[in-house]
Design a protein around this ligand. Structure first.
Ligand code: FUL
Ligand code: CA
Length: 699
């Protein structure tokens, strides 16, 4: 009874209730100070599985299926299963690559929207069994993950463009059968990925309650991904970047995956005081598309891009699931694996030495009578131990003092999130000539927050928590010095087809080749401002070399494959004529925008020469959910600009959430005129069509 009463007292936020305590009780309370100083959890809390999941931080996504062989992002489900014909599937190579990359697990697209199953499912006739590959890829990957100490996860798309039950009341049970098969036969699953995508053409109401219950029953430790969790949430974009403010809490009542998803801002930033713990997972592909295509062998993201993603995801309280598509042989292509190893090297070098460990750490206030709380826990390298302030102290500082000045450019903070996410406002200051100077003002921390700075030298660093939902509970503080990264050359090509290299710093030298060979110090040297004419297209490879103290550091190699430039092209637009030239100005930052009348919209172009066309490219305005993005299209070619031939028609799969350049190939045809017709918008109800860049494929 007494304990209940004490508990009741602790639950009261109002200090005044302590005044009503009888002297006897007050005495007893004093003896129970240790209990009184226990930290009360705040708000929605993570489960044990979610905590373990958050600790994983960085893992691999693999998209593999018929699309790998058809240059598609969304297969229609009508493809011949025999197109799936990898000759050297090596799941151990995938796992080895993930392991060496420093990743903690792999999630595989067991079934994408085309319905094709990478295992011989009893419930489908569109599987590996019907393909040229007679095996069970889930079995191979789960075994390989086990061998390499990685966790194994599965992606299953509820949207199924193949299954005959889809669109009928039977489908939910069919999907549960499929799901049960996957979750029962391949060992522990750390994450179940439910994709919310659907192009809306065939209505089907999903029973997500049934799906989630099935996962809970068969894999109680699996974290369920969807737009609304319940395990983790989509971050609202496919470029892998979470909001700077990022709460792991979300309001989910009344929302669902897909078209019922919460607003993009809520997905990206979470919701302060949200009712459920649904942390963000940032999904992004190492290439422009999710599936392998030989067309993107030269478009693997650069180290700089991958680091921006890492700091924008893991560095902002999100987990990073980086997609590395398996190629047509059945292995991870060397361009991707090389980049992953470079990334690992940079991350290891960056976070190897925590300078904070040599500091004297002081806090403005520390909770007393709680053996678990100690300011020294901030630098013990253990995210399960922590420091905290007394109750009601939500404004506090942590100061790191050094005997000798230290130079750092990264700061890492971690909250002990098992007790809830609390910090909502903080600054970082450094001592400069006797006073503290603010170098950052930020909001949330969560599982991990990483801030980047230019090299900063000081003897004192102060983290000032200005506000928190409840007493802050911080588990780690880190200060690091990331090595200087020799930046990769950035190539630009203008309308005339003139290639130049930007961001050329004076201490870096760029060397390039035009014959496809690897550049080094003996290759052509790029002179800042120089223009390399490439109007007819071609391949260019460039590398930056930086010589410091006799040591030569090389950047990663930038490679670009260009087709014919729009130098002499003339737009023939009537619809949105004023902006037509912007679709062929070599600049993806400017766009043609049609009139605001309803679809269809079209833009025709005179190439000013007859060429053998093998396809075209459409670059949308590259901002997710931007107005004007075209989904359905038709593409016409002509010799005279009067008589048109339809060379291609279809839809740009997944372009709404992943607005990157689309390449469409068609039967080769001679033409002088081209015309792109947008037949439907990517965003429902959108009236306008836009084209950031229209290109042709002749090579
Ligand atoms: C999206 C899908 O439509 C894409 O094809 C991809 O699988 C991505 C991870 O999720 O919703
Ligand atoms: Ca443009």
């Amino acid at each position: 009874m007494l304990l209940i009463y004490l508990f009741y007292l602790r639950k009261q936020r109002n200090q005044q209730c302590y005044m009503k305590i009888t002297p006897l009780l007050a005495g007893l309370l004093a003896c129970n100070m240790a209990i009184a100083q226990e930290i009360k959890p705040y708000g929605a809390l993570p489960s044990k599985a979610q905590l373990e999941w958050n600790d994983m931080e960085y893992y691999m996504f693999i998209h593999f299926g018929p699309n790998t062989f058809t240059n598609k992002e969304w297969g229609h489900g009508d493809e011949d299963p025999k197109v799936f014909n990898p000759t050297h599937v090596d799941a151990r190579q995938w796992a080895r690559t993930a392991k060496l990359a420093g990743m903690k697990g792999i999630v595989l697209t067991a079934k994408h929207h085309d319905g094709f199953c990478l295992w011989p499912s009893k419930y489908s006739t569109h599987t590996v069994r019907e393909s040229m590959y007679k095996g069970d890829i889930l079995k191979e990957l789960s075994a390989a993950c086990k061998e390499y100490g990685l966790k194994f996860g599965v992606y299953l798309s509820p949207w199924d463009r193949n299954h005959p039950d889809y669109g009928t009341p039977k489908y939910n049970q069919t999907f549960v059968n499929t799901l049960s098969e996957v979750l029962s036969n391949y060992g522990p699953v750390f994450e179940q990925w439910f994709d919310g995508a659907n192009d809306g053409t065939k209505p089907q109401k999903y029973d997500f309650t049934l799906f989630n219950n099935t996962v809970h029953k068969l894999q109680p430790n699996a974290v369920i991904f969807s737009d609304v969790g319940p395990g983790c949430r989509w971050v609202g974009n496919e470029n892998g970047i979470a909001g700077k403010t990022n709460w792991s809490t979300l309001n989910i009542k009344g929302y669902g995956p897909g078209k019922d998803a919460p607003a993009q801002k809520s997905l990206n930033e979470g919701v302060e005081d949200g009712e459920a713990w649904v942390p963000a997972e940032c999904d992004v592909s190492i290439r422009p598309g999710w599936f392998y295509s030989p067309d993107t062998d030269d478009k693997v993201k650069s180290i700089q891009e991958l680091l921006t993603i890492y700091y924008g995801s893991v560095g902002r309280n999100g987990n990073l699931i980086l997609n590395v598509p398996v190629d047509r042989d059945g292995v991870i292509h060397r361009n991707d694996s090389t980049r992953l190893m470079e990334m690992r090297r940079v991350l290891d070098a960056t976070f190897k030495n925590n300078l904070a460990k040599t500091a004297i750490v002081k806090a403005s206030a520390t909770r007393s009578n709680n053996a678990a709380v100690n300011v020294s826990h901030l630098i013990d390298g253990n995210s399960k131990t922590y420091w905290a302030t007394p109750d009601n102290v939500t404004d506090a500082t942590i100061t790191l003092s050094f005997k000798q000045p230290v130079t750092f450019n990264r700061l890492v903070l971690q909250e002990y999130i098992a007790l809830g996410q609390r910090v909502k406002d903080f600054t970082v200051e450094v001592m400069e000539n006797g006073t503290f100077k603010e170098i950052a003002k930020e909001t949330t921390i969560g599982h991990k927050r990483i801030l980047q700075f230019p090299n900063t030298t000081t003897k004192e660093v102060r983290i000032h928590i200005l506000d928190a939902k409840a007493c802050p509970v911080i588990s780690e503080v880190g200060l690091y010095k990331a090595p200087v990264l020799v930046s990769q050359p950035v190539l630009r090509r203008n309308r005339q087809g003139e290639v130049s290299m930007v961001n050329v710093s004076t201490d870096q030298h760029i060397f390039y080749t035009l014959d496809g060979s690897m550049p080094d110090a003996t290759s052509q040297r790029y002179i800042p401002g120089q223009i390399i004419p490439m109007a007819k297209g071609g391949v260019i490879r460039a590398v930056s070399l930086n010589e410091e103290k006799g040591k030569v550091e090389r950047s990663a190699v930038t490679e670009a494959i260009y087709d014919v430039a729009p130098a002499n092209w003339v737009p023939l637009a009537t619809d949105g004529a004023e902006s037509a030239a912007r679709a062929i100005d070599g600049n993806t930052g400017s766009a043609w925008v049609s009139s605001n009348a309803a679809y269809p919209h079209e833009l025709a172009v005179d190439l000013s020469e007859v060429l053998l066309l093998k396809g075209f490219t459409y670059t949308p305005v590259t901002k997710e959910h931007a107005p004007g993005i075209i989904y359905g299209y038709e593409f016409y070619t002509s010799m005279d600009g009067k008589e048109w031939k339809k060379s291609a028609a279809g839809s740009f799969a997944n372009i709404r959430n992943n607005p990157v350049m689309q390449s469409v190939v068609f039967a080769p045809t001679m033409a002088r005129y081209i015309k792109l017709v947008g037949t439907s918008p990517a965003v429902d109800g959108d009236q306008q069509a836009s084209i950031a860049e229209l290109g042709i494929i002749t090579k």
